[in-house]
Write a protein of this length. Sequence first.
Length: 361
Amino acid sequence: MTARYCSLAQAPAPAFAPGLAAERLSALVGGRRMWVDGAVLHYWFFGRDTDASVIPVPGTGMTGRVPWAGAEEQRDVVRACFREWQDLGIGLVFAEVDDRSEAELRIGFQLGDGSWSAVGRDALLADRNERTMNFGWDLTAPGGRGTALHEIGHALGMLHEHQSPCAGIHFDHEAVYAELAGPPHHWSREKTHYNILRKLGPDEVNGSVWDPQSIMGYAFSSGLVLEPEQYRAGLHPPGTLSAADKEFVLRWYPPAELPAPPALVPFRSAPLGLGPGEQADFVVDPPETRTYRLGTFGDGDTVVVLFEERDGEPRYLAGRDDGGTPHNATISARLVKGRRYDVRVRLYSAWGSGETAVMCW
């Protein structure tokens, strides 16, 4: 049986200011799609007949609607896979909601559109009426659970393992193009190159070594892989979370610390004292209802995210990423007295000699 492959949409290369130091650029590339730790990612399933793709009907000159709704048994597979990732003890929480406007992840089941997902925080760039994840085949069939785990891995910020420059995989390019040009994929050479043959940069990979057992890898049939020699007869990951998958996601999203985060008091800066990849969390109890600004100071590349606590759960309000710019991340938001807000700051890199700090004013 021909393997079915995830098809990521081609994303434009990130634009960073010229002349950045190599270490600073490496930190930016490696972390720009990752969520801040402690976030609650809300997911929602498309379910209405009006949620659909409009596509041409061959030979008719007309268009038809292909719905995005999925049967309950398909949704249950996805729910179970969200729980499997979360049950590793990661510092993220997945929560299903019944209002699309509150969902960072919006999931469709359009058959024939392939299985794919936005990678990490790229999901925030999608319109509220658009999918950030799709499943294009039956998830209750053999291999379907592995597909759901794979796409959720992308939603966590992970990329394809077989494209790692650490893998040392040499493909028979023309054989790969021919394989993917036929059913069930019907991919163009450009899509095949982007999802299979293109090598990731060393700062984009999921780990420092290749993991052939990773849930983020593809299965390849005989004759597609030339090297390593032991995979000429085929490469077949088990479709489960590997030890390296678990290590990677726990490194980026460690379990939340038990001590309560400190208060961020208006007009009083709080030093960050972070190393690359580390995060600091604060709470804000606004003394009055008004528009506040929250931002960082110092020579550091950061992402700052603001949440409002609702029913004991943080809900995303705004975020700002100053990575690769000479400016500091600043958010302007109306905060309401009597409500509590969470501010989370993750440092990509510190590139100056001074202290980095965060303040609310």
